[in-house]
Unconditional design. Structure first.
Length: 165
């Protein structure tokens, strides 16, 4: 898949976007750069305008800072996963040793509710294996039951009104 590198730079109240090997365009907002690049490529007859990757290049100074922030976020996300895994392992072991959820929470500095989440067995998402016809039949049955319930309620209300009068 082709990737178009687009150098963006802030100028006046908008953005200049230089499409590598194609040319420059001007956009009002950075959020509209990708759409504008794709439209420009399509107008010029590039067949991959809708499917190609568009990668923004923020220049040498800002680009370095952006990359540093992205690396820091990725590192932090990794540490968060590590902490969650370790918390789960330790919580489970302490509960299995007979400690209460409140005690484990106090030890780890987390809430008792979080301890319950950590030690609960992982729930697997149910997979619906019904055929399309079975799903349609179930939907129809549900609709019929809802209509019957509404009819019963209306009849009860009519009966109550008759008794009251």
């Amino acid at each position: 898949m082709k990737t178009y590198s687009v150098r963006v730079s802030r100028r006046d109240s908008g953005w200049d976007a230089g499409i590598d090997g194609v040319g420059w365009i001007r956009v009002d907002r950075l959020t509209g750069v990708e759409r504008a690049v794709r439209a420009h490529l399509a107008v010029l007859g590039f067949g991959d305008a809708t499917t190609a990757r568009v990668e923004l290049d923020y220049g040498p100074e800002l680009g370095k800072e952006v990359e540093a922030v992205r690396e820091a976020r990725a590192s932090a996300e990794g540490w968060v996963r590590y902490a969650a895994d370790r918390s789960r392992e330790l919580s489970t072991r302490l509960v299995e040793q007979g400690m209460s959820g409140a005690e484990v929470a106090l030890i780890l500095g987390i809430s008792p509710q979080r301890v319950s989440q950590l030690v609960a067995p992982a729930k697997k998402k149910a997979v619906d294996v019904r055929t399309a016809e079975e799903k349609a039949a179930a939907k129809l049955l549900k609709k019929q039951r809802k209509a019957e319930k509404a009819a019963r309620k209306a009849a009860e209300e009519r009966l109550s009104a008759e008794i009251a009068s």
